[in-house]
Design a protein around this ligand. Structure first.
Ligand code: TGC
Ligand code: FAD
Length: 390
């Protein structure tokens, strides 16, 4: 990974500012030093390196677009995208840790939280002193979150929360959880639940073949007394978690291309080194076809992501535009991981090279934050005006 060369076939760097390039460079150096040398071991051993949380805080990977007064970076969406790209070049599970904290925990507290909530939680989340998680998915409600059954009752001086969430990134180690639950009228609200509240537990999910360096678990609420001041007052309804997802899905669009770049770069180098039939395999047309198509797809996705970032900064990006980019990037990355794996022959299945790990990770990325088919249907609804979900 010391040799990594970032593909930039269309001089897309010309579209970046000096600050963007500095940020990308510093995250790239961090990933080379703190993630790449260890990631294969962490994944092989299903180990979540908890110490990375503080380190991510130190380099500003948490909540880059949140204003500085709350501990965030005060940066634009291109910077956020570049950070996600570089972290996911290291590993999708590490990017998950960062994007959940920034887009799914800090963002709703910043956007829908009271001033007291912002001051209490955001600086500690930004610095990595606290780790957060986001509970939307339930055992019986994944693609259809509006059917959720987790609920809270108004008990006068507090809320009583009951239910369960499943597949929650960071949950086993999280200090705080932003939880989406229905009130007695069936309206969805966000609640901040803290570790240590009686009746709240976070059992870990074991046996994953994907995102093995990220910890995943459940959130179980058994008559949890949640203080009233922990309700996010700024927005209710499914639109509130969906706005968080818009931000996180945008980060994934950039992140998945980071994984694709890593696979492409490894394949490019291997094709020049590996000799078969007395020639480097990169001299064969079929290998060149694979590499050419990889670079084409990466370049297309880089331009799509950059333009989407500009629209995010202007507040103009729509959910369907974000769906298109998330869906395109993840599919591109999965195809590139598979083709790059083949270019490495048998060596490609080992932890000596990153493709197999990226490929397995990307099976989660293609499923979470809206499955590949749900994003296709979001686009279909935009095109026709006819939602096909129900
Ligand atoms: P629908 O009828 O379309 O909408 C219900 C209400 O929500 C509003 N809304 C939005 N508002 C703002 N921004 C958005 N992006 C919005 N999308 C929807 C909508 O206007 C409506 O409001 P109102 O006032 O009219 O009631 O909802 P639906 O029930 O038909 O569902 C639509 C569907 C299927 C597209 C949506 O629910 C969906 O995207 N499903 C996928 C679920 C998902 O993405 N889950 C992600 C869980 S979190 C996660 O995976 C984190 S992994 C992180 C990591 O580790 O990196
Ligand atoms: P289902 O919704 O049961 O879907 C199963 C299949 O049916 C899919 O192929 C889907 O596309 C298809 N399908 C469903 N509905 C339709 C339809 N209307 N039309 C056509 N096809 C349809 N969630 C959180 O809230 N927070 C997290 O931090 C989080 N982290 C995650 C981490 C990992 C590693 C994973 C794997 C998941 C995580 N998730 C998280 C959950 C994730 O968002 C869900 O897995 C995802 O939304 C899909 O839900 P599901 O798994 O219940 O699949």
């Amino acid at each position: 990974n010391d040799l990594f060369e970032s593909p930039d076939f269309y001089q897309i760097d010309d579209l970046l500012t000096e600050e963007h390039k500095l940020i990308r460079g510093s995250i790239r150096d961090f990933v080379k030093k703190e993630i790449s040398p260890y990631i294969e071991d962490w994944c092989q051993n299903a180990h979540f390196p908890y110490e990375i949380v503080k380190k991510f805080g130190d380099i500003g990977a948490f909540g880059p677009t949140i204003p500085q007064e709350y501990g965030g970076g005060g940066l634009d969406y291109i910077s956020y995208g570049l950070i996600m790209q570089e972290v996911e070049r290291g590993d999708s599970g590490m990017r998950s840790t960062a994007s959940v904290q920034g887009s799914l925990v800090m963002y709703p507290i910043y956007k829908f939280g009271s001033e007291e909530q912002r001051k209490k939680y955001l600086p500690k989340l930004a610095s990595g002193e606290w780790l957060g998680c986001f509970g939307l998915t339930e055992p019986d409600h994944g693609s259809n979150p509006s059917g959720m059954v987790t609920n809270f009752k108004d008990m006068g001086d507090h809320y009583l929360l009951n239910g369960a969430k499943m597949w929650i990134s960071n949950s086993p180690k999280a200090d705080v959880a932003v939880v989406w639950a229905k009130n007695e009228e069936g309206r969805i609200h966000g609640l901040i639940v803290e570790r240590g509240m009686e009746g709240f537990s976070t059992p870990e999910t074991h046996g994953k073949w994907s995102l093995r360096a990220s910890c995943t678990g459940e959130l179980v609420f058994d008559n949890v007394k949640v203080p009233k001041e922990n309700l996010l007052p700024g927005k209710s309804g499914l639109g509130a978690p969906m706005m968080c997802l818009d931000s996180a899905r945008y980060g994934i669009a950039w992140g998945a291309i980071g994984a694709a770049m890593d696979c492409y770069d490894s394949a490019r180098r291997y094709s020049k080194e590996r000799i078969q039939f007395d020639k480097p395999i990169g001299s064969f047309q079929l290998v060149q076809k694979k590499l050419s198509e990889m670079l084409t797809e990466i370049t297309k996705a880089q331009l799509l992501n950059w333009k989407l970032g500009k629209m995010m900064d202007e507040g103009k990006a729509t959910t369907a535009q974000i769906s298109m980019a998330k869906r395109n990037s993840v599919e591109t990355a999965l195809n590139i991981a598979r083709e790059a794996r083949q270019i490495h022959g048998g060596m490609g299945i080992t932890g000596e090279y990153p493709m197999m790990r990226h490929m397995m990770n990307l099976e989660s990325v293609v499923t979470y934050e809206g499955t590949h088919d749900i994003h296709l249907l979001i686009l279909g609804a935009e095109i026709t005006g006819i939602p096909a979900f129900k």
